[in-house]
Design a protein around this ligand. Structure first.
Ligand SMILES: Cc1ncc(COP(=O)(O)O)c(C=O)c1O
Length: 417
């Protein structure tokens, strides 16, 4: 690790929690330079939904490189971009009867959020936005203003203005009653806040602790947004792209966002790509090139991302994800019973799960023990006491059960029993 310590910025994060140098990776496994193998239940925080070095994608990428495909094009039209757009429309939008325009921007989640905020402000002519406690939306200033965590906010160095945070459904004070109060205050004309341009929400707060919003609550947020003349934006950057056992995290929730932010997994291979889906009537407010970004047209991301879309041509992977979800819930619930008399709280949908062990030192200790024993997994949540499970959707059965077993043993070592 000396090279990293000597030359890389103090900003280093994950390499401190997982202090080894990884040399290769395949599906749900990473191998370090000493040849030690780790099962990856972290999956690039939702980037590697289709595993490390997915063979279908690798093959398509090698072909693309050998044929001198256009790797970079700003946002000029290319064959690979057309193929991605057409495949996204055919595989995802049309079967769901969804009518959205696709906007590509700089290829990270925070770029998608910035673009969504700008557009909502443009459409409504308003500057305020409502976001939620424990939400995570990125690190650039506009998105950071929507992110709730003070550790990140304090790094901004400037005031993070124009965003009001209200309690997420599962936060203290949150829920339908609270939404009613927020709405009534806005409608009364004396909330003390200007009317918002948008409500920005995650259906499942992944970084925030795997907090899952209910259908009723999300519908109420959407309805409030529209009653107040604001846009309803869903940030599906971490829990979209198949993570919950359906392409979008909200398909079973009967909501209809004005803008859907996507990134991470849509690039497929760890190849960066971000995209907003925008209702055409809102998209019409953009002027050409108004929100640019040099890396809007990455050929290799379109090629890998297009291969990723093939997993949604039938329901096989999603069915398997839903089945595994039930298995994972059951496994974690039984651990909670065994080691905490059911006090550890288990939450999850599809292949994102969290177990709240109610103590951040314990969560850190378990994660460290897992690392020592060959499992990559990490704590999340405001007080870092929720251990998050987010393995590749394509992980094989053995890796999945071995990873859970390593976790169970780590809990046993740290909690006893
Ligand atoms: C829900 C959500 N939104 C936005 C982001 C920011 O994405 P990026 O780190 O690619 O900028 C993340 C990253 O974890 C996220 O989970």
């Amino acid at each position: 690790m000396e090279v990293f310590e000597q030359w890389e910025s103090e900003i280093r994060g994950y390499c401190r929690a997982y202090p080894t140098v990884f040399a290769s990776a395949s599906n749900a496994r990473q191998t370090d330079e000493q040849g030690k193998e780790y099962i990856d239940f972290f999956a690039g925080a939702g980037v590697l939904n289709f595993g490390h070095n997915n063979p279908r994608m690798k093959e398509a990428l090698i072909k693309f490189l050998q044929e001198d495909g256009v790797s970079h094009s700003l946002d000029m039209a290319t064959s690979c971009k057309r193929e991605y757009i057409q495949a996204f429309a055919d595989t995802i939008l049309i079967p769901r009867k969804m009518n959205y325009k696709m906007q590509f921007m700089g290829p990270t989640g925070t770029n998608a959020v910035e673009a969504a905020l700008k557009l909502a402000r443009r459409v409504t002519g308003r500057s305020e936005v409502v976001a939620f406690s424990q939400g995570f939306h990125g690190m650039t200033l506009g998105a950071l203003a929507c992110t709730a965590n003070n550790y990140f906010r304090n790094a901004a160095g400037v005031p993070l203005n124009n965003v009001t945070h209200v309690p997420f459904e599962t936060s203290k004070g949150g829920g339908l009653e609270n939404l009613e109060a927020v709405k009534a205050a806005y409608l009364s004309g004396s909330s003390g806040n200007d009317l918002p341009a948008a409500f920005m929400v995650e259906t499942i707060q992944a970084e925030g602790g795997v907090n899952i919003a209910s259908q009723e609550w999300l519908q109420a947020v959407q309805q409030m947004a529209h009653e107040l003349g604001a846009l309803f934006i869903v940030d599906d950057i971490q829990v979209g792209c198949g993570r919950t056992g359906q392409y979008f995290s909200f398909e079973d929730l009967h909501i209809d966002p004005d803008i859907i932010c996507l990134a991470k997994g849509i690039g497929g291979y760890g190849t960066p790509l971000a995209m907003n889906l925008i209702k055409p009537e809102h998209d019409a407010h953009w002027k050409p090139g108004e929100h640019t970004g040099t890396f809007r047209g990455q050929g290799i991301s379109f090629i890998a991302g297009r291969e990723g879309l093939r997993y949604f041509e039938n329901d096989e992977l999603m069915q398997q994800t839903r089945k595994r979800s039930a298995m994972m819930t059951e496994f974690l619930e039984s651990l909670s019973q065994k080691y905490s008399d059911g006090k550890f709280v288990v939450r999850g949908k599809g292949l994102i799960h969290g177990i709240d062990v109610a103590d951040n030192d314990l969560a850190k200790g378990i994660a460290r023990q897992c690392f020592d024993d060959g499992l990559l997994i990490g704590p999340c949540g405001v007080t870092s006491r929720v251990i998050k499970f987010i393995p590749p959707l394509t992980a094989n059965d053995d890796d999945l059960s071995q990873g859970l077993e390593i976790f169970a043993q780590a809990v046993a070592k740290k909690v006893g029993g």
